[in-house]
Design a protein around this ligand. Structure first.
Ligand code: C5P
Length: 406
């Protein structure tokens, strides 16, 4: 159901726009309030009168209309919506969104919004399959935009293939399930660690590792997408902070542990960080110098705190579900199963990080989910998809516990 949800429907210029009055009706039947923004191209295929009649609201078209700006303003159009739905989203519209163009009301609203955006693409199959469009789709997905369709089928241009806009009822279902997912873990708290740690040798040098943080960040983003209040404790990475997530930046393992403890209580903790096992016992206060006749310094190492094990320790501060990672280069599953017991956590996500897998720097991951119930081998997925899938499993597990308790 979409009761009380406010949607801003942006209609761009494709033939599929003729389905938009029906889409508006179906959304409203399910309880949503719909306000429409129509591009110049969109108005070639559907009239503002039709959209205005079915939405029972004004249809906005012009960025420079003094009356519109006085009445509503392009910023308020997004402020007064719970989500933006671009349907149909043409190849051109997606390209503009990708590049942050803002040359009309629709693109300006899309650039100015901090609300979730869903897009239902519609275009000719070759335009959809073009490398430029596919690159734009990937970029938009990486920015957290939700795609609905497109579907395969006959096209208005007489061809057959991928690129048809999803049917209005399917779009309505997808929007409803989007809102359902977003509130699935409302009221729950999640803690995620990500990235490497930097362990100082002296004020200039440090010991680090190759973790990019992509997997941990993707998990935090996905949990946040299910409605958790999410804290991401991250070592230094090149990644932007995921929107809506409370991000704590740290450098060392000890700082990471302190930040995790400060983020408790949590319903779930996912330790995806590649925490340095050891640090230099006595960090030099001044930069170590080369001196003639004196060899290289011998670094004496000491053990770092094990954050995963600390979080897994029984007690009332223990998160209900604790998930660790095992980055291995051989005997991946066997080592990970041993780790499950050693660390005291509930699940281990095991992955092969041998150099030839490209896992460390790359965007894809092949993981095995190991619990006390057994091992699941997942197919090779993007790190984003692993994040989404893991977040859904976490939601299932937390809901099952809540269901048993009630
Ligand atoms: O012991 P190992 O480093 O192989 O274990 C990996 C798992 O333990 C990961 O989940 C990692 O985030 C976590 N870990 C930790 N603190 C450490 C070492 C590892 O939280 N000091």
């Amino acid at each position: 159901m979409l009761d009380g949800k406010r949607l801003l429907l942006i209609v761009s210029g494709g033939i599929a726009a003729y389905k938009c009055p029906d889409l508006v009706r179906r959304l409203r039947e399910r309880g949503a309030a719909v306000r429409c923004v129509l591009t110049r191209g969109g108005a070639e295929f559907v009239t503002p009168l039709a959209l205005g009649a079915v939405s029972e609201d004004k249809v906005y078209q012009d960025l420079f209309s003094l009356t519109d700006e006085n009445e509503m303003g392009h910023i308020n159009l997004s402020r007064q919506a719970d989500a933006l739905l671009v349907a149909p989203a043409t190849a051109n519209m997606m390209a503009k969104m990708c590049h942050g163009e803002a040359d009309d009301l629709a693109t300006t609203v899309l650039l100015a919004t901090d609300k979730p955006v869903l897009v239902a693409p519609a275009m000719n199959v070759r335009m959809w399959e073009h490398a430029a469009t596919q690159a734009n789709v990937e970029t938009l997905k990486a920015r957290g935009i939700t795609f609905i369709g497109p579907d395969e089928g006959d096209m208005a241009c007489g061809e057959f293939g991928m690129g048809r806009m999803s049917e209005p009822l399917d779009i309505v279902d997808a929007v409803a399930s989007f809102f359902r997912d977003r509130s699935r873990l409302q009221g729950r708290r999640a803690l995620v660690t990500s990235g490497p740690t930097y362990e100082p040798i002296d004020p200039v040098r440090y010991i680090a590792n190759r973790s990019s943080g992509k997997q941990g960040h993707a998990i935090a983003e996905a949990l946040n997408g299910l409605g958790t209040e999410t804290t991401l404790v991250t070592g230094p990475t090149r990644l932007p902070d995921p929107p809506g997530v409370n991000v704590v930046h740290v450098e060392t393992a000890r700082q990471m542990l302190a930040a995790c403890e400060a983020a408790l209580p949590a319903d779930v903790a996912v330790c995806a960080a590649a925490v340095a096992d050891w640090r230099v016992e006595a960090e030099a206060t001044e930069k170590l110098k080369k001196s003639p006749g004196v060899g290289p310094p011998a670094l004496v190492m000491t053990e770092n705190p094990d954050i995963l094990r600390a979080l897994s320790e029984p007690g009332n501060r223990r998160p209900g579900l604790v998930v660790g990672f095992a980055a291995e280069t051989e005997n991946v599953v066997a080592h990970a199963q041993a780790k499950l017991d050693r660390k005291g956590c509930d699940w281990i996500v095991a992955n092969d990080v041998s150099p030839d897998t490209g896992t460390f720097a790359g965007d894809a991951n092949t993981v095995h989910l190991i619990s006390h119930d057994g091992v699941e081998d997942w197919p090779r997925l993007s790190k984003k998809a692993v994040g989404t899938e893991l977040a859904l499993r976490i939601a299932d597990a937390l809901e099952a516990v809540a269901g048993n308790a009630s």
